[in-house]
Design a protein. Structure first.
Length: 71
């Protein structure tokens, strides 16, 4: 999924920020936000969780799920 996430991050760099979290080095943060699945993508707005995307998927599906959450 890394190439897919990187492509979406680059394409939408003026609209939203994509950040990575090393769950091995940040277990408490992972626990706090419930990133149980790998991969897990948590979408925030103004510091609040507004949605989640779990699992590997094609770029178009990933992109659309993120955009739907941000609407």
């Amino acid at each position: 999924m890394r190439p897919t996430v990187d492509a979406v991050a680059l394409e939408y760099r003026d609209s939203f920020i994509v950040a990575r979290l090393d769950i091995d080095a940040n277990r408490e943060t992972n626990k706090k936000y419930g990133g149980n699945g790998i991969p897990a993508y948590i979408v925030f707005r103004s510091g609040e969780v507004i949605g989640r995307v779990l699992g590997a998927m094609p770029k178009r599906v990933f992109e659309q799920q993120i955009l739907d959450i941000l609407e």
